[in-house]
Design a protein around this ligand. Structure first.
Ligand code: FE2
Length: 325
């Protein structure tokens, strides 16, 4: 299918199919051999359609477009036209590459990053994430994505009582953080860099703006976020989403979380390990895992789609990201 003469929707074997063969994610390719400038202009011209496609399908993978550098990717992000979202309060260590483009996450690439909505634990979470594959993985290192409302529906069907308690009490995230960054951990961002200050009072004020409290333990801080809603109602799609980090780096399961970062229900109740395991099974069953190809750009609706990172089995891999309001 060609749209506006420039974009055509293509089918990949790894896409998920729902209902009347609605494919997730949408994958677009150029209809003709094209230059970067033409691609950029086409995005700007077709943005109302691209935006509605994103809302309808949750994610769009742009494949085989001539995006050859982080600077090109920055221009693509600008062409989308979504305002930039700050990374204040984010937990991962990230480094600016150019303009709005950052390294995606600096945790060791051989470690899996579990499913999460980006920054679901702060009130100002980004609504979109753009990924760019600068260097394709040798093997592994994919970025699985899953439709959040499907996870909610399945969880409600399989664990109605737990989901009712979760909707009633919400969730609280507790993260122990040092003063300096520890890039080896996905939640290893130190408070100085997370709040962009080395003044404890200023950090407390900035944390409060993000709906979090800091408890000091020497130079380390216990960051307490919540209680906050764990289920979000997406007005656009009129669906409830599994908008939380219970299976993310700040895990609900006591078996899985590292002692420095975990989640509990808003009333202090521990989350059931077996239920979390089942939730991870649902995520694995329902996700789409498309291997990265050099030059890929993936636009993800962070309000309706969770993402993860598979372990890298064979280097290299360089995937960059930009987040939008
Ligand atoms: Fe992420």
């Amino acid at each position: 299918m060609a749209i506006g003469g420039f974009f055509k929707e293509v089918v990949l074997p790894e896409q998920k199919s729902y209902g009347d063969s609605v494919l997730f994610p949408a994958v677009l390719s150029p209809t003709i051999n094209t230059s970067f400038t033409v691609f950029e202009e086409a995005i700007k011209a077709e943005m109302p359609w691209l935006d509605s496609l994103l809302k309808e399908r949750g994610a769009i993978l742009f494949r085989d477009f001539p995006v050859t550098s982080p600077s090109d990717f920055n221009d693509v992000v600008e062409a989308f036209g979504y305002p930039e979202a700050p990374y204040i309060g984010g937990r991962a260590s990230r480094t600016q590459v150019i303009g709005r483009v950052y390294t995606a996450n600096e945790t060791p690439p051989d470690k899996r990053i579990p499913f999460h909505h980006e920054m679901a634990y702060v009130p100002d979470y980004p609504s979109k994430i753009c990924f760019y594959c600068e260097e394709a993985p040798g093997s592994g290192g994919q970025t699985p994505i899953v439709l959040s409302h499907i996870v909610y529906d399945k969880m409600k069907e399989r664990h109605p009582e737990f989901v009712a308690r979760l909707e009633e009490h919400g969730v609280t995230y507790i993260i122990l953080t040092g003063d300096e960054d520890q890039p080896s951990s996905s939640t290893g961002r130190g408070w100085k860099s997370a709040y962009n200050t080395d003044d404890k009072k200023v950090a407390e004020e900035r944390a409060a703006k993000l709906g979090t409290r800091l408890e000091w333990m020497g130079n380390a801080a216990k960051v307490i976020a919540g209680p906050m809603p764990a289920i979000r109602f997406d007005k656009e799609s009129q669906r409830k989403t599994w908008f939380n980090n219970l299976t993310g780096p700040v895990h609900g399961s006591r078996k899985i979380h590292d002692k420095g970062a975990f989640a509990e229900l808003g009333n202090g109740e521990a989350v059931d390990d077996d239920i979390m395991e089942d939730c991870m099974r649902i995520l694995d069953e329902e996700c789409a895992i498309i291997p990265w190809k050099k030059g890929d750009v993936m636009l993800v609706n962070n309000l309706t789609v969770l993402h993860a990172r598979e372990p890298l089995l064979k280097p290299p891999r360089r995937v960059l990201a930009a987040i939008c309001k």
